[in-house]
Design a protein around this ligand. Structure first.
Ligand code: NAP
Length: 327
């Protein structure tokens, strides 16, 4: 029988929440592994500038991610690049399967898998992804220098990314389905002051069109009058919200109707010893600082959980597992 590699705590996901959990877990002397599929930092890596992280008036998203990661690693946090395919809750410990076929065990697990951009679901969107359709201005804005772009959405992300694109593109059109932005007041003031940004109110994109060189236009519909028209553009950036990466959440876990994990105030799910944090967790707002705060809460709670579990009779580990933990 192959031996299960055993940890006190496994954190799945290396964004601000996961890395903060890693810092607190290492300080609590838990044998901890953080598993991340891409590069540590998560979505923050795609932000041009972060302006609401206390202590840093302006900091690049990639730089902030790097600082989180370096801080966690300064405590010796083990970070492994791997894909988790399954999380199976257990009574004594939880089992994590990796895409390479290996299996890990942990007394406590923190799910910090974040989310992904919501799709507009209009004709042309999938086919033209990478040929003018994008979900990341910092990644792709460069290709639209002195060109025209359409940004879809009216929230913080749409406005923040439009501000970034306004520095590069000749013209930015924000297409928003209502007559009022959802974005915060400061962002609204800034975007309205940009002379190459026009907001097309009460409008939705119904199709994205292309010629041989990629995106060339969008079809727009007025949500009040139903009137349709075509708008020429070189690119379409879609920022209409976010969907949680909840594929690894075990069956039977309490979730909201829109797929976020419901936890208690310790960030613990209804599966004892399994925690959910950051953008995966149902809560009022999604912010870097809130993901980090969740990471702290969950790691402290996981530390108590592991301590209690180890002290209880319920934690009669097979010998080979106890051996891997003490290594
Ligand atoms: P969001 O706040 O949910 O905004 C989504 C926007 O897209 C809304 O304006 C919404 O319109 C529009 N929308 C949704 N579905 C649509 C559809 N099918 N067609 C057209 N428009 C659609 O999402 P977000 O901007 O990605 O932000 C997500 C979270 O991250 C928020 O909590 C936000 O505060 C946070 N965030 C914060 C910052 C920051 O603090 N600097 C930056 C980025 C994100 P309606 O307004 O009509 O609903």
């Amino acid at each position: 029988m192959s031996e299960t590699e055993m940890y006190d705590l496994i954190i799945i996901g290396g964004g601000p929440g996961g890395l903060t959990a890693g810092i607190y877990a290492m300080r609590a002397a838990l044998k901890t592994l953080l598993i991340e599929m891409g590069s540590p930092g998560g979505q923050v890596n795609n932000s041009d500038s972060v302006e609401n992280w206390p202590g840093d008036e302006h900091i690049g998203g990639a730089e902030l991610s790097m600082k989180f990661s370096q801080h966690a690693q300064s405590y010796g946090l083990e970070i492994r690049s791997a894909e988790v395919t399954e999380l199976k809750p257990g009574q004594d410990y939880h089992t994590i399967k990796l895409a390479d076929g290996s299996t890990l065990g942990a007394y406590a697990v923190i799910l910090a898998t974040g989310g992904h951009p919501r799709k507009l679901k209009v004709p042309g969107e999938d086919q033209l992804y990478g040929q003018g359709v994008s979900y990341c201005a910092v990644c792709d804005g460069f290709f639209f220098r002195d060109k025209t772009v359409v940004v879809v959405g009216g929230g913080d992300a749409a406005v923040e990314e439009s501000l970034y694109l306004a520095k590069l593109a000749k013209q930015v059109y924000i297409v928003h389905r209502r007559d009022e932005l959802r974005a915060g007041a400061i962002l609204q003031q800034r975007i309205k002051a940009e002379c190459n940004v026009e907001i097309l109110w009460n409008s939705v994109v119904t199709a994205i069109k292309a010629d041989i060189s990629g995106v060339c236009a969008v079809d727009l519909k007025d949500t009040q009058t139903g009137e349709q028209r075509e708008l020429a553009t070189d690119g379409v950036f879609i920022f209409i919200g976010f969907e949680p990466n909840n594929k690894l959440v075990p069956a039977g876990t309490k979730m909201s109707a829109n797929g976020y994990v419901i936890t208690d105030d310790k960030c613990e799910t209804n599966n004892p010893g399994i925690f959910a944090i950051g953008d995966l967790r149902e809560k009022y707002a999604k912010q870097i600082i809130l993901a980090a705060a969740d990471g702290c809460t969950a790691a402290l709670a996981a530390s108590h959980y592991v301590e209690n579990l180890k002290a209880s009779d319920a934690c009669e580990m097979p010998e080979e597992i106890n051996d891997t933990l003490s290594n």
